[in-house]
Design a protein around this ligand. Structure first.
Ligand SMILES: Cc1ncc(COP(=O)(O)O)c(C=O)c1O
Length: 402
């Protein structure tokens, strides 16, 4: 059995230090917005090279509070990708604003700046790019559009902590960068948690107020806020893990490139592509990929695209290989957004990705042998599907559109 993600190994490796950190919190009894939250905020701001960081209760709240702090509300439109987790559009919709979707780039699966340009209207207030699977969005054209049309940018970095674009951390480009510390994220805690990084002092201060019931001074409330504080216990755990993050992410890249080096030989498989000055490419060599690149991906997921994806999912599951589909239905076709008038065919690249994507095991502790076992099982499963389809006279040789 090779799981999609193995959190137990990570805990075992750090157990003495994590247990001690949790005990220290218990003993200090400073449970709400205590010293670990303050220190973690400082450390994450330094990690992302931003002026400020504010801990909140989840990645979803990080998005919602950032948008609220920018006064996004009823009547406003926020342009985002349909190929993401529902929290992205939920954070917009819950404020009474309208999520406006823009299709993705078929190479990187991130929002396509040309589609953003076409979606801008006089009501557009912000752009919300999502660095999906840990792949940075193409931030230069996005920031150019934001500047041209005077729009805010809130980055959804739930999957991209540590990822870099032109040697800058994702999250440090827009008005705010929103992180999730959900347990399976590259930096995950033991429950829910989130963080907002920003170079905008006013925004950071407003979020600090909003996260504690809309008040600066205890029992004095200026506006309707939330109870959305990052938990002290979670902050203590995250502080033990944070120093390991660069090494973990380097290992994730190594595994991704190892997979790529095997799958690149298989015509049915589309491997993840990274941006480079020459255009998107499939890296297979870590040393080459680490030198002078436009982006540094952190492979929160390793996601390939294949025809006959659902059969492959079943065969891998039968063989004990963990896998998942992120995300089977693009957001514009979700029931929750049915009132917005989108139809199948509106965003062909997002729909194609939802139909063909499958994420394979990736976590730092994965071994080279396990990567090879997964890749071999994928190869054998695809061969079995091909044999079966040929015997039934069905042509499954068609690749998903790249
Ligand atoms: C792209 C994306 N945005 C937002 C979120 C929401 O984060 P959280 O689960 O911490 O609320 C997630 C987490 O799953 C995510 O993957």
């Amino acid at each position: 059995m090779i799981p999609l993600c193995d959190l137990k190994q990570q805990y075992q490796a750090l157990k003495p230090r994590i247990d001690a950190a949790m005990q220290d919190v218990a003993a200090a009894a400073s449970y709400i917005l205590g010293p670990n939250v303050t220190e973690l905020e400082r450390e994450i701001a330094a990690y992302c090279n931003t002026e400020r960081a504010v801990g909140v209760a989840s990645g979803t709240d990080a998005l919602g509070l950032s948008l609220r702090a920018l006064n996004v509300g009823p009547g406003d439109e926020v342009i985002t990708t349909p190929f993401t987790f529902v929290a992205t559009s939920e954070a917009i919709g819950i404020l009474g604003a309208t999520p406006v979707f823009a299709d993705i780039d078929p190479d990187t699966l991130n929002i396509d700046p040309q589609w953003i340009d076409m979606a801008i209207t006089p009501r557009t207030k912000a752009i919300l790019p999502v660095h999906i699977y840990g792949q940075p969005c193409d931030m230069d054209p996005i920031m150019r559009l934001a500047e041209k049309y005077k729009l805010h940018v809130v980055e959804d970095c739930a999957q991209s902590i540590g990822a870099r674009y032109r040697d800058r951390a994702t999250g440090s480009f827009g008005d705010a960068g929103c992180f999730s510390f959900f347990p399976s994220k590259n930096l995950g805690c033991f429950g829910d948690g989130g963080m907002i990084v920003s170079n905008n002092e006013k925004l950071s201060e407003r979020v600090e107020v909003l996260r504690r019931h809309g008040g600066r001074v205890k029992y004095h409330h200026d506006e309707l806020g939330l109870n959305s504080r990052l938990d002290e216990l979670q902050a203590a755990i995250l502080r033990v893990k944070l120093p390991h993050l660069p090494e973990w992410e380097s290992l994730r890249r190594r595994h991704a490139y190892h997979y790529n080096s095997i799958f690149i030989e298989m015509p049915e498989v589309i491997c993840p592509r990274e941006l480079s000055p020459e255009g998107p490419f499939v890296p297979t060599d870590q040393k080459k990929a680490d030198g002078g690149r436009m982006v540094q991906c952190v492979y929160h997921q390793y996601t390939i695209r294949v025809p006959y994806r659902d059969q492959l999912c079943r065969l891998l599951k039968d063989a004990g290989i963990g896998n998942a589909v992120y995300y089977p239905v693009p957001l514009h076709l979700q029931k929750v957004h049915s009132c917005r008038g989108y139809r199948p065919g509106c965003f062909p690249c997002a729909e194609e990705a939802s139909e063909h994507c499958i994420s394979l095991p990736i976590f730092p502790e994965l071994t080279e042998t396990q990567v090879e076992t997964v890749a071999t099982t994928v190869r054998e499963s695809i061969a079995a599907i091909n044999r079966q389809s040929r015997s039934q006279g069905v042509d499954l040789s068609e690749r998903p559109a790249a």
